[in-house]
Every structure is written in C-alpha cells, then in structure tokens.
Design a protein around this ligand. Structure first.
Ligand code: SIN
Length: 319
C-alpha cells in the first residue's frame, strides 16, 4: 500500500492593512489606501505558494477590510470567533491573519488572551502597499505560511521581515522601515531564512484569560471602557476627572521611566481609583519591565506595553 501523506488544511483570514493597500503609482510607498485588496488576491501574489503548501488545502476568508488604526472591539470579536471556529476543526493545522502594522501588536495580544488553542495563529503584514514596485507583503505572507506549518509553532506569533515575534514582546518600533517590529530585550523568537524556520527562543503556551469566554459572548459595544493615560511634563489631571465622570471603567497609566507618575496626575488617578475606577501602571519606555513598586498603583503584567495592558485590564473587568 502506498503511504499517503495526511493532508492538513490551513486558513488565511484577511483584515486589511497596508499588505492589502493600493496606491496610484508603483513608486508610491506612503500615499496609499490601506485595506483595498481581498485576501484571495494577496495569496495569488505569493511566490511559490504551491511549494510552501505541499498540496495541503488552503481556505481564505475576509473577516474585515480596514486600516488597522481603526481597529475596533467588534472586529476583534469577529476575528477571534472566526479563529476559534477554524481552530476547532480537527483537520485545520493553524491560521494566518493578514493585518495592518499599526495595531498589530494589540490584536496579537488580544488573540493570545482569548484563544484557547495549542495550534498556531500567525499574524503578518507589510510596510509597502501591494501595488509597490517591490512589495514586502508577498514574502511576509509566504513566511507566515511557512511558520504556521512548522511542527513546533504554537500560540500567537507575528511574522514580519523574516523575524518571528511573540505576542507578548512584539511592538511596532519604526514608522516606515520594512523591518518595523521589535521584541525589545527578549528579541525575536525565531527567523525565517530561505524558507526555513530557525527558532531562537522557547514559545509561549496558551495563556487564555479566565474571562475570555465572557468577553467574547458579550456585545462588543458593552465591553468595559478602558483608556490609556500618559504621564508627561505638564500632565493635566483634569483628563482623569473628565474620563471618570464620563464613565470610564479602567485606566492604564503609562508612567515615565520606571513607572513614575506626575504628582498632579497621580493624585487624580488615586482619587479615581478610590471612586471605583480600576487602575494599572505601565511605562512609556519601549524596553524592559518595571522593577520594584514604583507608584501606589497596581502594576501590569511584567513587560506589557500600555496598549496590551489595556486589553488585559478590559478582560479583568469582565470578572
Ligand atoms: C494599517 O495599520 O492598517 C496601515 C499601516 C500598515 O499596515 O503598515
């Protein structure tokens, strides 16, 4: 009997971004419209797709078509539910998501906290629109498909410019460089070199938040309202009372340095906290966790940037 390879299905979900962007001219790398081309068109442009898939079936689905600066709770909810749907199918090996770069790290953290799976979910993106003379999207999408098929791949990962980042550490660090993402002091967890994956660090297992199911079942319009507040020179404390009066449920304070907070802002935040607003402290620094107990505020999980901490607090508030 001929030993037949067991085929696995792979799923690619499109959400928009520069990877699906179009410009009037191939030389236009900044004046373009994000989220214009469908995910099937993006897959058609991937060089050697058949070779990467090795006859495995591929399914694609358009979940959204937006510029990720406009990412919203309803789209996050729809995306997580579509991921959960596909990942629950026994013949599906993993999911790739095409996404804009601007809020990619937030979506990665969101999915990391709400998807209860050991299968890989790989987000990818581009810094040049699909119409560029030399677009980076097709190579990134090819690399993401290579990573999702890797037997060791698991959890939520981000692939851009040949680097593989974890949802926890990834952060956009440059406004226009092709290699726009970094993982700070942790560094990337791997690389894709000539179509081969080289792992450099152990991967995070699933870390589903206990309230993930509740948040996914709740209408996105009713999710707890959580804002990020930055401490800075001349920080005006009135922003805290305005937010509290408007009904904010949680605040993530992006402190200066090791989580220090302008004295006027800190007084206002402590007052809001005493009135029932949940507060977490993070830092404006792009690298390194907070050490010690910098302010009279509860710190976020170590190393989470303020925008990822906002997602965690939103989930905490569902309790
Ligand atoms: C976006 O985030 O959707 C636009 C910018 C990008 O993808 O680089």
């Amino acid at each position: 009997m001929v030993n037949q390879k067991k085929l696995q299905k792979w799923v690619v979900l499109g959400t928009g971004g520069t990877i699906a962007g179009t410009a009037a001219s191939p030389s236009d790398l900044t004046a373009y419209q994000a989220g214009q081309l469908g995910v099937a068109v993006l897959l058609d442009a991937v060089p050697g797709l058949r070779e990467v898939l090795q006859d495995d079936p591929l399914v694609c689905e358009q979940v959204a078509q937006l510029d990720s600066k406009d990412m919203d709770p309803a789209t996050w909810q729809a995306l997580a539910l579509r991921c959960a749907h596909w990942l629950a199918q026994p013949d599906v090996g993993g999911v790739v998501i095409t996404h804009g770069t601007d809020t990619l790290e937030e979506t990665a953290w969101w999915l990391h906290k709400v998807l209860d799976t050991t299968k890989p979910v790989v987000l990818t993106c581009a810094m040049r629109p699909a119409t560029a003379a030399l677009p980076d999207g097709p190579q990134n999408l090819r690399d993401a498909l290579t990573v999702v098929r890797e037997p060791k791949a698991r959890g939520v990962l981000v692939v851009c410019a040949g680097h593989i980042h974890s949802a926890r550490h990834v952060q956009k660090v440059h406004p226009f460089r092709l290699d726009a993402f970094g993982s700070g002091e942790a560094g990337p967890c791997g690389q894709v070199v000539s179509g081969q994956v080289r792992w450099q660090a152990p991967l995070d297992g699933p870390q589903v938040h206990p309230q993930a199911g509740q948040l996914l079942a709740c209408a996105a319009a009713d999710w707890p309202w959580v804002e990020v507040l930055h401490s800075h020179a001349g920080a005006d404390p009135r922003k805290v009372s305005l937010l509290a009066a408007a009904g904010v449920r949680g605040l993530v304070v992006a402190g200066t340095g090791n989580g220090t907070v302008h004295q006027l802002l800190l007084a206002a935040v402590l007052q809001a906290q005493a009135q029932g607003v949940a507060v977490r402290l993070s830092t404006r620094c792009s690298e390194g966790p907070l050490v010690g107990t910098p302010a009279a505020l509860q710190m976020t999980e170590p190393g989470l940037n303020p925008f990822k901490a906002r997602i965690s607090l939103m989930l905490d508030l569902m309790a």
